[in-house]
Design a binder for this molecule. Structure first.
Ligand code: NAI
Ligand code: OAA
Length: 358
C-alpha cells in the first residue's frame, strides 16, 4: 500500500518529467492555453508537421490521417476558423503524435515555428462550371500570407502546397520566399499526387489489375491539359489501344472536374485528396529520415523543360527534392500533349509570378 506522501512524491516525479500534453488549443486574440489537466504521454520520436487549413474539407481527414502516421511526433493544426473542435476531436486518437491547435491569423507564426514539414490545403475549392484558375483571385492572397509566415517562422521546412491553382500558387510561394531571402527550391513542392493516385486507379481498372501494383508517371502541372499522364511508361509494362489512351488521358485530366460535378456545389475532392496528400507527405518524411529511393511526382522548380516549374518524378531526401528526373522517352501522342501542357503552364506560371510583383 502506498502512503499519501509516497503517492504525492510519485505525482511530483511524474510532473517533473511531464512531456508536452497531447492536446493544446492556442487561440488568436488570447494568451489562453487550454492544457488538459492530466498525465499526458509525450511525443514519440518523429517529425513536426503543421497543417494549414486544417479545419477544411481536405484539412480534417488529412489531420486525422497524419495523426495516424508513425513518423509524426508533433502535429500542429492551424486554420482561421473552427480549429478547436477539429483539434479536440483528433487529439483523442490513441496514436503517438501530440496535437496542438491554433486558430486565427495572429497564431500563424506560432503554429509554424519549429516545423519540419508544412502541408497547405488552405483556400477555396471549385464549384461546377469553374476552372482551377477561377480560384486564383482568392487563393493567391491566402497562399501569399501563409508563405510569408513560413518564411518568418520555419524557413527550412519542406512545404507541400495543395491550394489551387497549383500551377500558379507554387510560383507565388517561390516569389514570396525569394523576397524574404529564404528560397530553397528543393523545399517547395506542389502536390500533384492526386493525379498519380487517379491515374493508377483508372489504369488498373482498364488493365484489370490491383491499383497498388500500378505506377503511372503524371507530369506537367495540375489543371486540365497540363496534367499529362505518361501511359507509355506505365509499370508494369503494358500496351493500350488508341481508344483506351484517349479515354484514360481524358479521365485523368478531368478527374477533379468529375468530383466537382458529382458533389454538385458542395466542393471538390477532399477524401481522395487527403489520402494523396498523406501519401506524398509520408514520402517527404521518409526522405527527411534518410530513406533511399523515395521517388514521387511533384510540381517543382525544374530544368526538365524551358519552363521554370514543371511536375516530374523527383527523389525526396534529407534536403527535400534532391534530384529531378527527366521525362524519359515520349511517344508522339505524349509529345503533342506536352506542347499543349507547356503553353497553358507558361501562362499560369507567369500569372503567379506577376501577382507577387504587383
Ligand atoms: N492539389 C490538389 O490536387 C488539390 C487541391 N485542392 C485545393 O485545396 C484547397 C482546399 O480545398 P478544400 O479543403 O476542399 O476547401 P475548404 O473550403 O473545405 O477548406 C479550406 C480551408 O482553408 C481555410 N483557410 C482559408 N483561408 C485561410 C488562411 N489564410 N489560412 C489558413 N486557412 C485558411 C478555411 O477556413 C477552410 O477551413 C482548394 O484550393 C482546392 O482547390 C483540392 C483538391 C485537390
Ligand atoms: O478539381 C479541383 O478543383 C480540385 C483538384 O485540384 C482535384 O480534384 O484535382
Amino acid at each position: 500500500m502506498h502512503t499519501t506522501s509516497e503517492a504525492n512524491q510519485r505525482i511530483a516525479r511524474i510532473a517533473a518529467h511531464l512531456h508536452p500534453p497531447n492536446f493544446q488549443m492556442i487561440e488568436g486574440n488570447s494568451s489562453n492555453i487550454g492544457r488538459m489537466d492530466c498525465r499526458a504521454k509525450g511525443a514519440a520520436p518523429g517529425f513536426k508537421v503543421a497543417i494549414i487549413g486544417a479545419a477544411g474539407g481536405i484539412g480534417q481527414p488529412l489531420s486525422m490521417l497524419m495523426k495516424m502516421n508513425p513518423l509524426v511526433s508533433v502535429l500542429h493544426l492551424y486554420d482561421v476558423v473552427n480549429t478547436p473542435g477539429v483539434t479536440a476531436d483528433i487529439s483523442h486518437m490513441d496514436t503517438g503524435a501530440v496535437v496542438r491547435g491554433f486558430v486565427g491569423k495572429d497564431k500563424l507564426d506560432e503554429a509554424l515555428t519549429g516545423m519540419d514539414l508544412v502541408i497547405v490545403p488552405a483556400g477555396v475549392p471549385r464549384k461546377p462550371g469553374m476552372t482551377r484558375d477561377d480560384l486564383f483571385n482568392i487563393n493567391a492572397g491566402i497562399v501569399k500570407t501563409i508563405c510569408e509566415g513560413i518564411a518568418r517562422s520555419c524557413p527550412r521546412a519542406i512545404v507541400n502546397l495543395i491550394s489551387n491553382p497549383v500551377n500558379s500558387t507554387v510560383p507565388i510561394a517561390a516569389e514570396v520566399f525569394k523576397k524574404a531571402g529564404t528560397y530553397d527550391p528543393k523545399l517547395l513542392l506542389g502536390v500533384t499526387m492526386l493525379d498519380v493516385v487517379r491515374a493508377n486507379t483508372f489504369v488498373a481498372e482498364v488493365l484489370g489489375l490491383d491499383p497498388r501494383e500500378v505506377d503511372v508517371p503524371v507530369v506537367g502541372g495540375h489543371a486540365g491539359v497540363t496534367i499529362l499522364p505518361l501511359l507509355s511508361q506505365v509499370k508494369p509494362p503494358c500496351s493500350f489501344t488508341p481508344e483506351e489512351i484517349n479515354h484514360l488521358t481524358d479521365r485523368i485530366q478531368n478527374g477533379g472536374t468529375e468530383v466537382v460535378e458529382a458533389k454538385a456545389g458542395a466542393g471538390s475532392a477532399t477524401l481522395s485528396m487527403a489520402y494523396a496528400a498523406v501519401k506524398f507527405a509520408d514520402a517527404c518524411l521518409r526522405g527527411l529520415r534518410g530513406d533511399a529511393g523515395v521517388i514521387e511526382c511533384s510540381f517543382v522548380q525544374s530544368q526538365v523543360t524551358e519552363l521554370p516549374f514543371f511536375a516530374t518524378k523527383v527523389r525526396l531526401g534529407r534536403s527535400g527534392a534532391e534530384e529531378i528526373f527527366p521525362l524519359g522517352p515520349l511517344n508522339e501522342y505524349e509529345r503533342a500533349g506536352l506542347e499543349k501542357a507547356k503553353t497553358e503552364l507558361a501562362t499560369s506560371i507567369d500569372k503567379g509570378v506577376s501577382f507577387t510583383r504587383k
